[in-house]
Design a protein around this ligand. Structure first.
Ligand SMILES: Cc1cc2nc3c(=O)[nH]c(=O)nc-3n(C[C@H](O)[C@H](O)[C@H](O)COP(=O)(O)O)c2cc1C
Length: 341
């Protein structure tokens, strides 16, 4: 067990969230379902369900399944700024009725959503890509900031590196800060702790695990590609606000852009079904990534991944990924203190 009190990687984050090691599973839409969240939480990390724009019936199903698989605390990830108000209202109502203990929000700060769940006694983690958004989240009552750097997989809110943004938020807000974006090794965790962050959040590193709900094709792309194979583009934008950029592994769609990766207007893009999840069509240029349940042209869908890809060379159980990250961070900390003593 990793939760002993003199663990060099234990931080106040572990007490705040009720985990043993300061490693958060990112609330990846579609990918972070109950199986992955339970595996991370049961191994001592902190689990999140990625429920962006999901119907309340699925949220209820996932929360119930997660609770059956672990008694560890967890958060539900929602994106208020990219969700229609009626759906967001229904999602929040559902989560509060289920007694969800914590939320992670992302993208533009929506103070009303933060205030509503804080009033219900929930913990609020807010992922941001800019210092201004961190300040807004702090003002609105968030408990913790996740600083997302440009290296991140999936939607990328800001344009600063994870280290620069983490340093700026640490210096200019009084909230605990978790670093996120391209972080996939124990050395990354050790570096984050050294600069004063209370932990790291990982998406891509947990996507390539047995329990994640990503399609095997997506997991294989993550294993085979390197950080230099990723691009930041807003071509995958149907169903998100204009100009929302994502980091993906390059594919036939991004190759066709011939370097014009940014500046696409959703109004100019054709609506063409290229894949299906059951009876739900998936459009070319949408932000839907291939899931276990997806059939069709998977290659043309966005394979979200961050710049930490070089460290991810196999598909393993999530507990193995987490345990190795933690062990390598302890080693890194022990060796850097030997070097300075
Ligand atoms: C497949 C995938 C889906 C994502 N979906 C979401 C999401 O629904 N909500 C969210 O807050 N962040 C989402 N993100 C971004 C993560 O929260 C996080 O910033 C990112 O994974 C960190 O970079 P990394 O992937 O290099 O670890 C997603 C990332 C990936 C890779």
């Amino acid at each position: 067990m990793t939760g002993y009190s003199n663990d060099p990687i234990r931080t106040p984050l572990c007490d705040l969230l009720g985990c043993d090691v300061p490693i958060l599973l990112a609330g990846m839409g579609g990918v972070s379902r109950w199986e992955l969240a339970a595996a991370v939480a049961n191994a001592g990390g902190y689990g999140m369900l990625g429920m962006v724009r999901e119907d309340p019936s699925l949220i209820k199903q996932e929360v119930t399944a997660l609770r059956a698989a672990t008694d560890r605390p967890f958060a539900v990830n929602l994106i208020p700024a990219a969700t229609k108000p009626e759906l967001l209202d229904a999602q929040l109502l559902c989560c509060l009725a289920l007694g969800v203990p914590a939320f992670t929000f992302f993208w533009d700060v929506v103070p009303a959503a933060i205030e509503r769940v804080k009033q219900a006694g929930c913990l609020v983690l807010h992922q941001v890509g800019t210092l201004q958004a961190a300040r807004n989240a702090e003002d609105a009552g968030a408990d913790l900031i996740i600083a997302q750097g440009i290296e991140a997989g999936g939607h990328v809110h800001g344009r600063q590196s994870v280290w620069d943004l983490t340093a700026a938020i640490l210096a200019q807000t009084s909230l605990p800060v978790v670093a996120s974006g391209g972080l996939a090794t124990g050395a990354d965790l050790a570096a984050a702790l050294r600069m004063g962050a209370v932990g790291i959040q990982c998406g891509t590193a947990f996507l390539a695990t047995e329990e994640s709900f990503a399609h095997a094709y997506h997991k294989r792309c993550v294993v085979d590609a390197g950080g230099a194979d990723t691009v930041l583009t807003d071509i995958f934008v149907l169903n998100w606000p204009k100009a929302a950029a994502v980091r993906v592994i390059s594919n036939s769609v991004t190759a066709g852009l011939k370097g014009s990766n940014l500046g696409h207007d959703p109004a100019d893009l054709p609506r063409e079904t290229i894949a299906w999840d059951g009876k739900t069509p998936r459009l070319r240029y949408s932000t839907d990534s291939p899931l276990r349940t997806t059939t069709g042209n998977l290659e043309a869908m966005p394979a979200f991944a961050g710049k930490g890809l070089d460290a991810i060379t196999d598909i393993v159980p999530a507990a193995s990924r987490l345990n190795k990250l933690a062990a390598d961070a302890r080693y890194s900390i022990a060796h850097s203190s030997e070097a300075t003593s």
